[in-house]
Design a protein around this ligand. Structure first.
Ligand SMILES: *Cc1c(COP(=O)(O)O)cnc(C)c1O
Length: 551
């Protein structure tokens, strides 16, 4: 006689991959995956959406409770697939929404394998050779950004925010030694640009430094930190007797792709150390979660241009390269493979130039008696996390192997070409104006103006002259309406999906400038997709004219 629980266990065993090879069951597993993918595939159409747009029913979701008895694998996978209905297909040429890249097949498999065998990167005891993937991906990336891979160390963590957290945490320990043991006893300032990602603020809050200790430096019109103001501001902080825990350089801002002058910031930092005779060196962290990928151009010969990029593209790539080539000067770097490296979420790497810095935050072995009984690789001694997935590392490694320098150069060059083609169009029309003209990445921020606007003068006046406040605000509203029309059309499967940013920048007199945003990261984008953006704009503009948009 088997008891009911034994029958349940027996039944549930079918839902696990078999520990011992069983070809029939292995086929069942693989087939379950295939059937799931088939069901998702059936949601594809020509539009940039899976299935149809659905308003998520959160009320219904909250009503769900656990069932008494097990469910059926097939029904569950079908239900999971339904959750994808209405998702954007980031890789679709008409999806130009945000800095989200479509994952490659090897990186998906890189993410899948650890999901099956569950290595834990806490140490080599629980991840064995999978731990090598973290070391290999880190070494390749260190080599790309100009670190000596033999001295550098890399840790995959929980997102770009996590990479900033590591950088700032090390900086605090350098500026205020012993904080890890006795806590923070003095204010420590963190310095970054006003266009830096809010992750810096999050980190200051969560580390107990406090939002008030995040010091924002103004940027120039190209969304890049002003190094000379940075120096003035840091000098003032030091004169007040405050310590500087970290200076964060943003290498590719989230909205506009502004790239800070890291070489200048490095020089500022070194001057301050000498001038104030500091007994610590303020940590220089590069938030390069977006920009890191451009390091593949460090040794590209733009003169002979062997990959045959258009001249306009060559210029755009070279401008960014000239900034990114100094990444190696940073003490640590944040890298997101899920942003510009075409992997699934989450694949974020914290790279540290000098691995010996880690001893500042390492726990002692006796704090972790059940870990690290053997082997040499124990990142759990210094990582914030204990359990740490290998999916990010395996996915990153997969793409680094897949692309090679020329592959990543080609992909980045392609999306930048598309963005430049869009800019060429937007610049040549009277009704449109590119806002981040000095930032040469895959993202274009622009405004659309109603008929009769002098777009040679108005954008500049709106930005600088407070007497144009009302016009600026009405144009903000106009752009919101244009966006709504384009968005509604896109959800019906026509036109393109772009996005809207509520505040590209503040005007000189403190008002937000609303902008439309096209972020092209799809390898499938072609000039035709650029044309679609223009067509969507003209249709939206015509509709507003019909609605008798009043200024
Ligand atoms: C996206 C982004 C972050 C945050 O990274 P996540 O991976 O989303 O956590 C930090 N800095 C910059 C510049 C970013 O664009």
């Amino acid at each position: 006689m088997t008891s009911p629980y034994q029958r349940l266990v027996h039944e549930l065993r079918q839902s696990f991959p078999q520990p011992v090879s069983d070809r029939v069951h292995d086929a069942y597993f693989a087939f379950s995956v295939l059937r799931t993918l088939d069901a998702v595939d059936a949601l594809k159409s020509k539009t940039p959406l899976l299935g149809t747009p659905v308003e998520p029913d959160f009320e219904g979701a909250r009503a769900l409770r656990m069932a008494e008895n097990p469910g059926q694998l097939e029904e569950i996978t079908q239900r999971l697939v339904q959750h994808l209905s209405g998702m954007f297909i980031w890789g679709h040429p008409r999806a130009q929404i945000n800095v989200i890249s479509p994952p490659t097949i090897p990186s998906i498999i890189g993410g899948l394998l650890p999901s099956i065998y569950n290595p834990n990167l806490v140490s080599e005891e629980s991840s064995r050779q999978v731990a090598l993937a973290e070391v290999e991906a880190s070494a390749i990336t260190a080599g790309l950004v100009g670190y000596d891979p033999r001295n550098a160390v890399g840790i995959f963590t929980f997102g770009g925010t996590g990479t900033t957290l590591y950088g700032v945490r090390l900086g605090v320990e350098k500026a205020a030694p012993g904080t890890i043991s006795h806590g923070l006893r003095e204010p420590v300032a963190i310095v970054c640009s006003e266009r830096a990602h809010y992750a810096a603020k999050t980190v200051c809050g969560w580390l107990g430094l406090g939002y008030d200790n995040l010091v924002l430096v103004p940027t120039d019109a190209d969304n890049q930190i002003r190094p000379c103001l940075t120096e003035t501001i840091c000098r003032d902080l030091l004169k007040q007797g405050r310590k500087i825990g970290a200076i964060i350089a943003t290498m590719g801002t989230t909205d506009a792709f502004g790239v800070d002058d890291l070489e200048a910031l490095h020089a500022v930092r070194d001057r301050l150390v000498t001038e104030f005779n500091l007994d610590y060196i303020p940590h220089l962290h590069a938030d390069a979660v977006i920009g890191w990928a451009w390091s593949v151009f460090d040794d590209y010969d733009f003169e002979s241009n062997p990959l045959g990029f258009r001249r306009r593209t060559v210029r755009a790539l070279a401008v960014v390269r000239n900034r990114m080539r100094y990444l190696g000067l940073a003490d640590s770097i944040g890298v997101d493979f899920h942003k510009t490296g075409f992997t699934p979420y989450i694949s974020s790497l914290f790279l540290l130039r000098d691995s010996s810095d880690l001893k500042l935050i390492a726990r002692t072995k006796d704090a972790m008696p059940y870990l690290f009984q053997s082997g040499e690789y124990h990142p759990g001694q210094y990582t914030l996390e204990t359990s740490r997935s290998a999916s990010g590392a395996m996915a990153a490694l997969a793409n680094l192997l897949l692309f090679g320098k020329n592959g990543l150069r080609a992909l980045l060059g392609h999306v930048v070409s598309m963005a430049e083609a869009l800019r060429e169009q937007l610049e040549s029309h009277e009704a449109t104006h590119v806002l981040n003209a000095g930032n040469h990445g895959p993202v274009t921020l622009f405004r659309v103006y109603p008929p009769g606007t002098d777009t040679f003068k108005i954008p500049e006046l709106e930005r600088t002259d407070a007497s144009y406040r009302d016009l600026l605000l009405r144009h903000n509203q106009y752009n919101r309406r244009i966006f709504e029309i384009i968005q509604a059309e896109a959800l019906q499967g026509r036109g393109v999906v772009i996005s809207l940013t509520d505040c590209y920048r503040e005007t000189d007199y403190g008002e937000p400038t609303v902008a439309l945003k096209s972020y092209i990261l799809s390898p499938f984008a072609e000039e035709e997709a650029v044309q679609f953006v223009l067509e969507s704009i003209w249709r939206a503009r015509a509709q507003l004219a019909e609605e008798d948009w009043k200024l």
